[in-house]
Design a protein around this ligand. Structure first.
Ligand code: 5AD
Ligand code: SF4
Length: 473
């Protein structure tokens, strides 16, 4: 079979990044190879996100740009997958006449068959069938070999929480956990291809395995912690209502578990939390934050905030600002509320005007910026253990020969702060390549979104790279 080229545009969360890797993996069997050049592609897939209106708009503007390509190359196949595909189904085919395929969030395993049918029969396909079982893909165990140091592993799909603003339960279906053996197997394979850090993904990882009577999430973490060659474990996302004592203790007990938790609060007002159906109060949230910090004093806590939820008064909003000031998050993702199809808040009254939402968003961002800048400043002159992910963005732009002592590397601390650094370590082996290694970096400058420093020379912690046997276990 002749090699064909596949271009994937991934919009949205880490789960979509993982799904796109699975898509690429499955299509390898049809001789599709990934290309970064869209003009070269025989097949273009856009993996979509429906979480907020803005993400959905991005999908249609990208599809709009493909009309010319399809005209030039009539055999080009164009497919839309992911959450917007699940939500809109056949409507997208109507809206985009040159589109060949719409496949939903539970149709990834059927994608290769659909592509073959479209190639041979020149037809259009919509597959948005959902199931309550995880279809383990044969190829998922092989792990798409990106060679990246940090990789994602989905451990569960769907969500049963029905927060009133959220589309996820409708587009990703019921909460379903993967078999732990399959997860561990996959992580082992990823380590064999160079991964040193995995992020376990799910909409609410804290309730992993409960419905199915599998391992609990802390038990799963323990199993992952035992995987040889893996240096770090992260996970996202956690629902505050399900954050257990056992999970809090895992931050102290498991040496590979990074000291960072993403714990979305959404609002600091109990009235709004209730309308959001979040099932916790600000007091419960603050109590959990205190427990986390008592157990693991340097833990970084990040969160999500929605501003302008229907009916959010200035006073409710002030409570959110107060809470942000009290917790002093290490980072925040803040969003203007937007109506989503099916989500019940779309039918709530007292919608907030766009200008007001904009203003509130800016206030949150400004406050958080001050907090992160202040917190990051306290790290000046400290020594941080950094897992090196590759060259920094700046390095990739300036094209300094990679082996030069001035090459700038990038990685993250256990607390998930980005560190760009020069590797001034005296030893040759470290100068050549530190990717995939844990190195100690002295922090010399701090910014609001990153830190900058140098390896400190005396304390290199150079561990083996891809396939070498010397790693910290
Ligand atoms: N409007 C705005 N933000 C939303 N989020 C989810 N749904 C909406 C919505 N309808 C935000 C929440 C969630 C994050 C992933 O996206 O903060 O935690
Ligand atoms: Fe959406 Fe709430 Fe489920 Fe998160 S927990 S995916 S916000 S319904």
């Amino acid at each position: 079979m002749k090699t064909k080229y596949l271009y994937i545009n991934t919009i949205g969360c880490q789960m979509n990044v993982y799904d796109s890797e699975q898509i690429a993996n499955g299509l390898k069997y049809l001789q599709y190879e990934m290309t970064p050049f869209i003009e070269k592609a025989d097949l273009i897939i856009v993996n979509t996100c429906a979480i907020r209106e803005k993400a959905e708009q991005k999908v249609f503007s990208f599809l709009g740009r493909l009309a010319g390509l399809k005209k030039k190359k009539p055999d080009l196949i164009i497919g839309v997958g992911g959450c917007v595909a699940q939500q809109e189904g056949a409507k997208i085919l109507e809206r985009v006449p040159y589109l060949d395929l719409v496949f939903g969030t539970h149709a990834i395993d059927r994608l290769p068959d659909a592509i073959q049918t479209i190639s041979s029969k020149k037809c259009r396909i919509v597959d948005t069938q959902m199931s309550n079982q995880i279809k383990e893909l044969d190829f998922s165990v092989n792990g798409y070999d990106t060679g990246d140091v940090t990789r994602f592993v989905t451990i569960m799909q769907g969500c049963d929480n029905y927060c009133t603003y959220c589309v996820v339960p409708y587009v990703r279906g019921r909460e379903t956990s993967r078999d732990p053996e399959k997860i561990i197997d996959e992580i082992r394979r990823l380590v064999e291809t160079g991964a040193r850090e995995v992020t376990l993904l799910g909409q609410n990882v804290n309730s992993y395995g409960i419905k199915e009577g599998l391992l609990t999430f802390p038990e799963l973490l323990r199993r992952v912690n035992d995987v040889d060659g893996l240096l770090r474990i992260r996970f996202t996302t956690s629902h505050p209502k399900d954050l257990s004592e056992n999970l809090i203790h895992a931050f102290k007990d498991l040496d590979k578990l990074c000291h960072h938790i993403h714990l979305p609060i959404q609002s600091g007002s109990n009235r709004i939390l209730k309308r959001m159906n979040r099932k916790y109060t600000r007091e419960i949230y603050l109590e959990k934050v205190e427990k986390l910090r008592n157990t693991c004093p340097d833990i970084a806590i990040t969160s999500d905030i929605i501003v302008g939820f229907p009916g959010e008064t200035r006073m409710d909003f002030q409570e959110t600002l107060d809470l942000i000031g009290m917790v002093e998050f290490d980072g925040l993702f803040a969003f203007k509320y937007s109506d989503r199809p099916n989500a019940s808040a779309a039918r709530f009254s007292n919608k907030i005007l766009e200008d007001e939402k904009k203003q509130r968003l800016q206030q949150v961002l400004d406050l958080q910026d001050q907090i992160t800048t202040r917190k990051n400043k306290t790290l000046k002159d400290s020594i941080q253990s950094v897992l090196v992910e590759g060259f920094s963005k700046k390095q990739n732009q300036i094209n300094t020969p990679d082996s030069s002592p001035n090459a700038q590397w990038t990685g993250r601390t256990s607390t998930n702060k980005i560190v760009n650094f020069y590797n001034n370590d005296g030893t040759d082996s470290c100068n050549k390549n530190v990717m995939g290694r844990l190195v100690n970096v002295r922090i010399l400058k701090t910014f609001s979104h990153s830190l900058w420093g140098e390896t400190n020379g005396k304390e290199p912690a150079c561990f083996g790279l891809r396939g070498e046997k010397s790693y910290v276990a």
